[in-house]
Write a protein that binds this ligand. Sequence first.
Ligand code: ARG
Length: 271
Amino acid sequence: MKKVSFLMFAMVVSLLLIMTACGKEKEVTTTSEKEESNGKTLRIVTDAAYAPFEYLEGDKVVGFDVDFINAVAKEAGYKVKVEHVGWDPIFVEIESKRADIGISAITVNDERKQSYDFSVPYFLSTNKILVPEKSDIKSGKELKGKVIAVQTATTGQEAVESLLGKNHKDIKKFENNNLAIQELLQGGAEAVVADNTVVEEYVKNNPDQKLKVVEDSSSFDQEFYGLMFPKGSELKADFDKAVNAIYENGKYAEIYKEWFGTEPDVETLKA
Ligand code: ARG
């Protein structure tokens, strides 16, 4: 009798083992076909000091760009991991092909296009001026004679240089945009020039700092953000297709609304 119940017990245990093994197999097969044929996770690099596009929450990179790249990669059938490396290192990592994609509110321009490939546009931006509420600066021209803080090697730096002259002594350059804003708050600069969404969000989220944003469309051009790839990257075609797909299926609008509370102008991005 004892032997029989032991046998029964052993059978039940092995049955349970087989069932869990089957369950696991099911889990594996839920990954997309591409992941199976190419299980590698793409390395995405960013400068997580540019809220709301990318910033650190603890040691986690979060922001619109992170949600966007996750949605695009999912659509394209790739696994991705976003890593904070800093602004200048993004360009080094991509050029040397140590990373697969850079995403960091990166403006597509002719100079960068010589060394990198870019996806189709995914965000419309322009530089704006961040100043104390009581500042009398009302335009780009009025930056002349003032001390301006910018993030090094950004279109903000370029724009200020074209207004004040290259290597002007009154342009203070910082490794990241938060340091440029700190300089303004401490009185070491009279203005920061950076992407509109970033400075607008900063003012909105920090009312006690008493700052405002000055807009001047005659001094600052329209810019488009793109995903940045090493030259000749085979990923570009898949990711372009996926960006267009999430424009069409509403996923882009969903993410955009979560971060900005308004409807995106997808038609301008697609044009
Ligand atoms: N759009 C500007 C540029 O491409 C600034 C981007 C800065 N991004 C960042 N994550 N710090 O030059």
